[in-house]
Design a protein around this ligand. Structure first.
Ligand SMILES: [Zn+2]
Length: 202
């Protein structure tokens, strides 16, 4: 009798041992699958974070002029109220995609600046590399200022102040804003300001 029981226990054990590896394998598979899922959700989150970028420009940012030239002008409707919901969302898209592109650009600039120029043995190579760095720094500074303007415009849009001249209160105009989305003054006030500046400094 005991001799019969022993093999039974043994078979139970071996069954359990056989079961366990598959259970472990299943668990491992599940663990291996998990990062895939989180990667997908990460990509989805990134897509959600910048939805307006995709249709405006998928290619790299080539600068302010190219970006503005790539924008499609809003088709204006007859008797449309200035800065209605549709027009606001048009500029909201423009400003936010511009901001996203500049932020990506800033990251790249920061990475470029981190590369050390000192490992160039040739002096002229080093000089040209340093020149590039100076240029890079200037670009970075310009982009930083532009970003601040864009952020200001986004805030004004939220407060429904966007699109009106800061000096005289008149409508700046859709076409002027499309050409210069961060404009805070109407063309007349801007021109006057420039004339005054030229008289003071020119
Ligand atoms: Zn004005």
């Amino acid at each position: 009798m005991p001799t019969k029981k022993k093999p039974k226990v043994a078979t139970k054990k071996s069954k359990a041992a056989k079961k366990n590896p598959t259970a472990v394998a299943k668990k491992l598979k599940a663990v291996a699958k998990k990062p895939k899922v989180s990667k997908k959700s990460k990509v989805a989150a990134q897509k959600r974070a910048k939805p307006s970028i995709s249709n405006i420009t998928k290619n790299k940012y080539l600068g302010e002029d190219e970006f503005l030239a790539s924008l499609e002008p809003l088709k204006l409707r007859k008797n449309e109220r200035y800065m209605n919901k549709r027009q606001k969302s048009h500029f909201d898209k423009i400003l936010n995609s511009w901001k996203s592109l500049l932020l990506i650009e800033q990251d790249k600039t920061a990475q470029n600046l981190q590369k050390s120029p000192t490992n160039f043995p040739d002096q002229s190579d080093r000089a040209s590399q340093e020149e590039e760095f100076t240029l890079e720094l200037r670009t970075r500074e310009r982009e930083r200022k532009l970003l601040a303007k864009i952020e200001q415009s986004i805030e004004e849009l939220k407060a429904s102040d966007y699109g009106y001249c800061r000096s005289c209160g008149i409508e700046i105009g859709i076409r002027r804003l499309e050409a210069r989305p961060t404009a805070t003054r109407c063309i007349d006030c801007k021109t006057l300001e420039e004339i005054k500046e030229r008289q003071n400094f020119g």
